[in-house]
Design a protein. Structure first.
Ligand SMILES: N[C@@H](CCC(=O)N[C@@H](CS)C(=O)NCC(=O)O)C(=O)O
Length: 205
């Protein structure tokens, strides 16, 4: 008898928001059917499930979820091991705030660089801003194995897909960003991170 997967994830194989969710799934070791969807080619089934047709979209039986942060938190609650948010409310709130800041400050720049409608001058400015901002926070990666934490968290799952794309974004971090470069090397080598990569992403480095 054919085994049907309970979990399905509609994912853009090139996009960092979809990558976040694939990374959480890989960290949790969850068996999932990944359906690759190219940008702008929303299949009718996805349009039925998600009024915005956006990626990633996760389907768990009757539940269809979208917005990567909503999907990540659901997966963390549904599959508690390993936990990807701290236990205590203050620490949880701080993690969510960091995710919000990554979203506002860095994702906005990444999206501007990758948006084909952006003018080259805007792109250049966004590249410079992102490079300087990442270099500026690099010392924060010196003391702990993960981003401001001894354990991997959803914060890392939002940040790593961006860092993986730095060559694609045309950004090379300077030598003073060594703590961040070391963090990247450690994280990219992890088995779950490697398992999270689509073929398109594998070719990005
Ligand atoms: N805020 C959304 C952003 C996701 C996003 O921008 N996805 C784009 C790029 S893959 C998308 O779905 N575009 C519609 C399309 O590709 O048809 C999230 O975090 O899930």
């Amino acid at each position: 008898m054919a085994v049907t997967n309970r979990l399905t994830c509609y994912s853009d194989p090139a996009d960092h928001y979809s990558h976040r969710v694939r990374l959480v799934l890989a960290e949790k070791g969850v068996s999932v059917e990944i359906i690759d969807v190219e940008q702008g080619r929303c299949p009718p089934k996805l349009a039925e499930l998600n009024p915005y047709g956006s990626l990633p979209t996760l389907v768990d039986r009757d539940l269809a979820l979208y917005e990567s942060s909503v999907v990540m938190e659901y997966l963390d609650e549904r599959y508690p091991h390993p936990p990807l948010l701290p236990v205590y409310p203050v620490a949880r709130a701080n993690s969510r705030l960091l995710i919000h800041r990554i979203q506002r400050d860095w994702c906005a720049l990444v999206d501007r660089i990758l948006d084909k409608r952006s003018k080259e001058a805007e792109r250049q400015l966004a590249r410079k801003e992102l490079r300087e901002s990442l270099t500026g926070v690099s010392p924060l990666f010196a003391d702990k194995a993960f981003f401001l934490s001894d354990e991997l968290s959803l914060v890392d799952c939002c940040l790593l897909p961006i860092l993986w794309r730095l060559p694609l974004l045309g950004i090379e971090l300077p030598r003073p960003a060594k703590p961040l470069l070391d963090y990247m090397e450690r994280q990219f080598a992890r088995e779950a991170f490697q398992a999270s990569l689509s073929a398109v992403e594998r070719a990005m480095r």
